[in-house]
Design a protein around this ligand. Structure first.
Ligand SMILES: NC(=[NH2+])NCCC[C@H](N)C(=O)O
Ligand SMILES: O=C(O)CCC(=O)C(=O)O
Ligand SMILES: [Fe+2]
Length: 342
């Protein structure tokens, strides 16, 4: 018997007519006072998601219901390289924000068709739609702004019980076709013993640096900072594999995790899992007009290393995180009508 095939990444290719309809819908929402970076947009415009092409909505609904894949793509979305303007030098630079408004609206509506878009108070000033672009000085950091170093496999916000079910990445610019990497837990082969060890609370997953660093610089009095520091300094032991033992979900964040104690068996099992994830990984180029959705319970993701230029032509993606349900946050505080958690 040969090795089982590595899962494909299904793609919904928009027809020209569908892409045009989406553009018109986004244009019609441009004048809204609420911006897709704020909670208000989602409170006011959730109804507009029914105006997305029916084929696209059925595609989203089928992957959501079957949980059959770790990642999927929508291609043929609008992006005009000239019209979006230069890639900003920093995520905090508002430059170009009105020039990418329609892409953010489209991302918001796609997010709404998969569940509840939300964000963290600790990241990018609590903006719902965030920018992934290389930032000078961050070349080797394990965040969305690195470049020279490989961004290692992680579950998005794996340390947090209220992390997203779906991570959406909308490509605006990627001249060098730098790949995002995805690997599905469904494709890995592990011994029964390793599976058992990985399913026990023998690991610590700490908040990645950005959840602390950004607020420490910008707003050190914010209560979210205290919560994140507590999760860093006194982490709860957690399992890496969870759910149905026959078809488990996973959470892992290699650069920010440790075994909960001196536990060679746990370290060995985690090592085997990481080797397997590497074996089954797939490169996916989030090119302009491509939306990549990662099922954050089924797949881990990362990004290959690349050379940043800081001349306005660098790789630039828009990111949105979505939960299937926000009614029952495990840990977070969330005031009514707000989609900003910590
Ligand atoms: N190992 C990781 N979790 N890396 C990715 C961290 C991404 C980080 N939260 C950011 O917004 O930039
Ligand atoms: O740049 C990418 O393709 C992925 C970035 C990422 O995983 C992150 O910012 O958490
Ligand atoms: Fe990520």
């Amino acid at each position: 018997m040969g090795a089982p095939a590595i899962s494909a990444v299904p793609e919904y290719q928009l027809s020209e007519a569908e892409a045009h309809a989406i553009s018109m819908l986004a244009k019609s929402l441009r004048e809204s006072v609420a911006h897709p970076t704020s909670s208000a947009f989602y409170c006011e415009h959730w109804k507009e998601l029914v105006a997305l092409p029916p084929g696209l909505r059925v595609f989203f609904e089928s992957v959501r219901r079957t949980e059959s894949v770790g990642a999927f793509l929508v291609t043929g979305l609008p992006v005009d390289d000239h019209a979006i303007g230069p890639t900003p030098a920093h995520w905090s630079t508002p430059a170009g924000s009105s020039r990418t408004l329609e892409h953010e609206i489209i991302l918001a509506l796609c997010g709404l068709s998969l569940g509840e878009p939300f964000t963290w108070a600790t990241l990018q000033s609590g903006r719902m739609v965030q920018d992934i672009l290389p930032v000078r000085g961050d070349e080797h950091r394990q965040n969305g702004h690195g470049s020279t170093s490989l961004l290692e496999f992680h579950t998005e916000d794996g340390f947090h019980p209220d992390r997203c079910d779906y991570l959406l990445l909308y490509g605006l610019r990627n001249h060098d076709r730098v790949p995002t990497v995805v690997a599905s837990v469904r494709d890995v082969r592990l011994s029964a013993r390793d599976r058992k060890v990985l399913a026990a609370p023998r690991f610590h997953i700490l908040p990645d640096d950005e959840h602390i660093r950004q607020l420490e610089i910008r707003n050190p009095a914010h209560p979210a900072l205290r919560v994140m520091k507590r999760m860093r300094d006194v982490p709860e032991p957690v399992a890496v594999l969870f759910g149905d033992p026959a078809h488990p979900y996973l959470k892992v964040d290699r650069p920010f995790m440790r075994c909960a104690g001196d536990d060679p068996a746990a370290a060995r099992a985690l090592g085997h899992l990481m080797e397997e994830l590497e074996r089954v990984q797939r490169d996916v180029v989030v090119a302009p007009g491509v939306l990549l959705v990662v099922d954050n319970y089924v797949a881990v993701h990362g990004r290959r290393s690349f050379v940043s230029r800081y001349d306005g032509t660098d790789r630039w993606l828009k990111k949105l995180t979505v939960r299937r349900d926000l009614r029952r946050p495990v840990l977070s505080s969330r005031s009514a009508g707000e989609y900003v958690l910590y």
